[in-house]
Ligand binder design. Structure first.
Ligand code: NAD
Ligand code: 6OD
Length: 484
C-alpha cells in the first residue's frame, strides 16, 4: 500500500497517525496518509521561517522566477503521473485532468514567474506645504510564512494558484491540501526538490480541519497570512481563528451561481455552455451554475435540450478516455447531494432528469456516483434554489423581463459568478454590469485569463486573487517618502 507523507524542511516525514486516501470511483483505498499533529505543523512553520531568513530570502526576483519556471518544467515532465494521481484521488475524468488541472498547474507557475519580473512599483512626486518636493515610492516585501489551505475539487490547480504567486513574491509556504486529495501536493514536493527550490520553502502538512493540521496551521502565531479556498462556513471558522492575531486573509468560498439565457441566444452554444457549467467535474466547481434562468419563449425547448445533454453524458470509470462524468468525491458528499435530491421533491420540484443513483453492475457500484439532475417548478425561496449543493444538478426557471431576471439572479447571499447568454451584446454588457458577483461571463463559462481578478462577494469570499491582485495580496508594500 502506498504511503503519503508530510514534507517538511525538504524531507518526507511520517506522523503518528494515518488516515485512508479513498478512490471515489470504486471506494478502494489508494494510500495511507500521515497526519501532521501540532508538533509537525510547528516544525513545518519553523522550517518555512528559517528558509525565509536564509537561502530563499537572499534570492533576487529573477532567480526566484527562474526556479518557478523549473517547477513548471517539472510539472510538465511528470504530467502523466500527476494526471493519474489527480484522477485516482478525485474521480474526475482523465480527459478533464489532462486538459485543465495539470496544464493549469504549470501555467500558474509560469504566469506568476513572468508577472513578478514585470511588476512595477508606484511612485509619486509630491509638493510639500512649504513649496518643496518629496518623492514617494513603494517597495514590495514578502509577507513571511503563508498558510495555504485548499479543497478537493481542483486540488493541484487551486493549490498552485496560491503557491506560485506566494513564492514569486518571496514568501515561504506551508500548505494543507484537502484530506480527500493529498497526492498531488506531495508529488509537487518532489518536483520542488528536483527543481532546486531550497528546503523549507514549500512544506506540506496532511490532515483534517478542526483539531487537526488545518486548524493548527491557522492558529500558529508564526504564520503571517492565510489564504483559503473552500466552503463559506469553513471560511467563517478560519476567520475567527485568525482574528486574534489580525493576519491578512484571502478567502475564495462557495457559490450558488446563476446562468441567464435570453431568447436571442445562440441556442446550441448556450445548451452546450450551460451543460458544462452545470455538469463539469460532476458539478463540483465553485463556479458551476446551479440556477438557470431561461426566457419564457424558449423555456420548454431549452429544458428539453439540456435534458438530452444530461442524458447523453458518458458516466463511467474516470480512467477511461471517453468518460465525461465521474463520481462525487466521497460517500459523505454523495449523502449531502442525495439529501438535496430528496429535498427538491419535498419542496415540490418536477424532476426533468436524474435524481437517483446510477447502477453499473461492476465495481463502480461501490463508488460515489449520482445521476446528473435537472429540476423545474421550485419557488425562488426553496432551499434547493438558495443553498449550494455542489453536485451535477440545476434548477431551471422561466423569466419574462430583464429586470425580473436580474433581481432573481442577485437574490442570493453568495456572489461568486454568473453567465449570460445572448447575441445582443449591448444587453450582455448591461446585464453583466448589474450582477453582484466577482466574475461574469458572457456567452462562455470558466474561461480564465490568470491575470484577471478572481474572487467573490458576500458568502463567496473576501479579496481578489489573480494577476497583480495576487502579487498585492502576497506582498507587503512599504512606502518610502524622501524629502527632496
Ligand atoms: P472545506 O471547506 O470543507 O475544506 C477545504 C479545506 O479546509 C480542506 O483542506 C479542509 O481540511 C480545511 N478545513 C476544514 N475545516 C477547517 C478549519 N476549521 N480550519 C482550517 N482548515 C479547515 O471545502 P471542500 O469541501 O474541500 O470544498 C468544497 C467547497 O469549496 C465548496 O463550497 C466550493 O464552492 C468551495 N470552493 C470555492 C472555490 C472558489 O474559488 N471560490 C474554489 C473551489 C471550491
Ligand atoms: O481558475 C481559477 O483560477 C480558479 N480559482 C478556479 C476555481 C474554481 C472553483 O472550484
Amino acid at each position: 500500500m502506498e504511503s503519503i507523507q508530510n514534507y517538511i524542511d525538504g524531507k518526507f516525514v511520517r506522523g503518528k497517525r494515518e488516515f485512508a486516501d479513498v478512490n471515489p470511483a470504486d471506494g478502494s483505498v489508494i494510500a495511507q496518509v500521515s497526519e501532521a499533529d501540532r508538533d509537525l505543523v510547528d516544525s513545518a512553520v519553523q522550517a518555512a521561517r528559517k528558509a525565509l531568513q536564509w537561502e530563499w530570502g537572499k534570492l533576487g526576483v529573477r532567480q526566484r522566477a527562474t526556479l518557478l519556471h523549473k517547477v513548471a518544467d517539472g510539472i510538465e515532465r511528470r504530467f502523466d503521473c500527476l494526471v493519474a494521481a489527480e484522477v485516482a484521488d478525485t474521480g474526475k475524468p482523465i480527459s478533464l485532468a489532462s486538459r485543465l488541472d495539470v496544464p493549469r498547474a504549470a501555467a500558474n507557475f509560469r504566469v506568476f514567474a513572468d508577472l513578478i519580473k514585470a511588476a512595477g512599483l508606484e511612485s509619486f512626486q509630491t509638493e510639500t506645504p512649504d513649496g518643496r518636493q518629496a518623492l514617494n515610492y513603494a517597495v514590495r516585501k514578502p509577507l513571511g510564512v503563508v498558510g495555504i489551505i485548499t479543497p478537493w475539487n481542483l486540488p493541484l490547480l487551486l493549490l498552485t494558484w496560491k503557491v506560485a504567486p506566494a513564492l514569486a513574491c518571496g514568501n515561504t509556504v506551508v500548505v494543507k491540501p484537502s484530506e480527500e486529495t493529498p497526492a498531488t501536493a506531495t508529488i509537487l514536493a518532489e518536483i520542488m526538490q528536483e527543481a532546486g527550490i531550497p528546503s523549507g520553502v514549500y512544506n506540506v502538512v496532511h490532515g483534517f480541519g478542526p483539531n487537526s493540521a488545518g486548524e493548527f496551521l491557522t492558529q500558529h502565531s508564526d504564520v503571517n497570512a492565510v489564504t483559503f479556498t473552500g466552503e463559506s462556513q469553513t471560511g467563517a471558522a478560519i476567520m475567527k481563528t485568525v482574528a486574534a492575531s489580525v493576519k491578512p486573509v484571502s478567502f475564495e468560498l462557495g457559490g450558488k451561481n446563476a446562468a441567464i439565457v435570453f431568447g436571442d441566444c445562440d441556442f446550441d452554444e448556450a445548451v452546450s455552455g450551460i451543460g458544462d457549467a452545470v455538469f463539469l467535474n460532476t458539478g463540483q466547481v465553485c463556479l458551476c451554475a446551479e440556477r438557470v434562468y431561461v426566457e419564457r419563449g424558449i423555456f420548454d425547448s431549452f429544458v428539453a435540450a439540456l435534458k438530452r445533454k444530461a442524458e447523453t453524458l458518458r458516466m463511467g470509470s474516470p480512467a477511461e478516455v471517453g468518460t465525461e462524468l465521474g463520481p462525487l468525491i466521497s460517500a459523505q458528499h454523495r449523502e449531502k447531494v442525495l439529501s438535496y435530491y430528496r429535498l427538491a421533491r419535498e419542496e415540490g420540484a418536477t424532476v426533468v432528469s436524474g435524481g437517483a443513483v446510477p447502477e453499473f453492475g461492476n465495481s463502480l457500484d461501490n463508488g460515489f456516483y449520482v445521476q446528473p439532475t435537472i429540476y423545474t417548478g421550485l419557488p425562488e425561496s426553496a432551499r434547493c434554489v438558495k443553498e449550494e449543493i455542489f453536485g451535477p444538478v440545476c434548477h431551471v426557471a422561466p423569466f419574462d423581463s430583464e429586470e425580473e431576471v436580474v433581481n432573481m439572479a442577485n437574490d442570493t447571499k453568495y456572489g461568486l459568478a454568473a453567465s449570460i447568454w445572448t447575441t445582443n451584446l449591448k444587453r450582455g454588457h448591461r446585464v453583466a454590469q448589474k450582477m453582484n458577483v466577482g466574475i461574469t461571463w458572457v456567452n462562455c463559462w470558466f474561461l480564465r485569463d490568470l491575470r484577471t481578478p478572481f474572487g467573490g462577494a458576500g458568502l463567496s469570499g473576501i479579496g481578489r486573487e489573480g494577476g497583480m491582485h495576487s502579487l498585492n495580496f502576497y506582498s507587503g508594500l512599504n512606502n518610502i517618502c524622501i524629502r527632496l
